[in-house]
Design a protein around this ligand. Structure first.
Ligand code: ZN
Length: 420
């Protein structure tokens, strides 16, 4: 009887374990100093061989560019490094990763724009080359590339690149294979990154179809009663979501507090469950761009991409409409404001958690600066921020504070205005 029970428990644990989609950890580095702006995001898959290769690539890229940065003196505009990722597991077995490096510097005529791909077979624990997926017709691909990009293809580069097909950058799905070419690899820079897609007919994978995300309305505006008489602050978190976000929301719930999370679009799909929990707990989501590029430096088209890609993915996967925008690095401009039809939200208390990285110091800084009506800036990507909230939330509650979202703070201010 005991054996049976044990078996049953094991079975339940195993079954539940399989069904629970593990959220991948996305490593994020966001730094701002006198000489550079850095935003790097990449997945930590838990597969040793793959993670090692990814982090080596990231640290080499970073070191190279930082050496270049150090050689020069910058006066007004400073260099910006942005590394972003795309991640997809195909057939529950093949990890497909694309890393896009984007580097701008006032001393460069054109930004450096580079693509790197990794395709990894989890079952065999090895990287895959294009020839592992399918025999490819190089002649046909070259002809079609020429046809599609005739005004920018550099013939000599095209020939050299295809001399070693196994060095080609690619990803694949059950129905297609996609090749990637960095600017200047096969064509002049004005064509940007070139992608070429062809059907995947040879490599048949038993695919588990991606489950469609539940798009029922998750956000339930709180039925909580807002009081215009209590001292009130809006708590805001930038740069997430991350592996700490759920813990932060749990804490907020414990102290009947809510916050506005200004999120990056590139993390939405991976942290879907976390964000569903953020919304279910009565918090608010805001837009903090797609991959943390400095918005004031972008063309109008790039700017709209950064904003809309985030709004769209949040609408698609969480059925939530974002109305608020917090610009990256807090940088705004007249043209940003006139180009974007969203409410821009900055802050007036900077806890400097991004710099202090010490829970006691963050707590002291926050407590010192917090006053009624303030919007407080924090980042849900640091453990020290999470720890500081364990000190800050009970203390603010003790002092009678109402901790709300940015929109709720606005409502309270309107209520106060009407009472006057
Ligand atoms: Zn930020």
């Amino acid at each position: 009887m005991q054996k049976r029970l044990l078996f049953l428990i094991c079975f339940i644990l195993l079954f539940c374990g399989c069904n629970q989609k593990r959220e991948l950890v996305i490593e994020g580095v966001i730094e701002q100093n006198k000489t550079e702006l850095i935003s790097i995001h990449y997945p930590k898959t838990g597969i040793e061989k793959l993670d090692k290769e990814i982090s080596t690539y990231i640290s080499n890229t970073r070191t190279n560019l930082e050496q270049y940065i150090k050689k020069n003196v910058y006066i007004e505009d400073i260099p910006e490094l942005n590394i972003d990722y795309e991640y997809k597991v195909v057939g529950n077995r093949y990890s497909n990763i694309v890393l896009t490096t984007f580097f701008t510097s006032p001393l460069l005529a054109h930004p450096i724009h580079e693509i790197k791909t990794f395709v990894f077979d989890q079952k065999e624990n090895k990287f895959l080359y294009l020839s592992d997926i399918a025999p490819i017709n190089i002649g046909k691909i070259k002809t079609e590339l020429l046809k599609q990009h005739q005004d920018c293809i550099l013939l000599e580069n095209l020939e050299t690149t295809f001399q070693n097909p196994n060095a080609l950058k690619f990803t694949f799905t059950d129905h297609s294979i996609r090749l990637y070419f960095s600017p200047y690899e096969i064509a002049s820079g004005n064509c940007g990154i070139i992608k070429y897609e062809f059907p995947n007919t040879k490599f048949n994978i038993l695919l588990e179809k991606d489950s469609i995300q539940n798009t029922s309305l998750l956000y339930q505006p709180n039925k909580k009663v807002l009081s215009p008489f209590k001292p009130t602050i809006a708590l805001t978190f930038d740069d997430g979501p991350s592996k700490y976000t759920k813990e932060i929301v749990k804490l907020l719930n414990e102290y009947e507090a809510n916050a506005t999370f200004f999120i990056l679009g590139n993390k939405v799909e991976n942290y879907h469950d976390t964000l569903a929990y953020v919304l279910k707990s009565g918090n608010e989501l805001g837009n903090h761009s797609y991959n943390h590029k400095k918005l004031t430096k972008l063309s109008s088209k790039e700017l709209h991409n950064q904003i809309e890609m985030t709004n769209n993915i949040v609408k698609k996967t969480l059925n939530y409409d974002i109305r608020l925008l917090r610009p990256t690095y807090g940088a705004t401009s007249g043209s940003l404001k006139s180009n974007i039809d969203m409410e821009i939200v900055l802050w007036n208390v900077d806890t400097q958690d991004w710099k202090l990285r010490n829970s006691k110091k963050i707590y002291e800084k926050a407590l010192h600066d917090i006053k009624d009506g303030k919007i407080v800036l924090m980042h849900d990507i640091y453990k020290s921020t999470l720890e500081s909230l364990k000190l800050l939330l009970p203390e603010l509650k003790k002092r009678g504070y109402q901790i709300v979202t940015v929109s709720e703070l606005k409502q309270i201010q309107e209520m106060r205005h009407e009472k006057k």
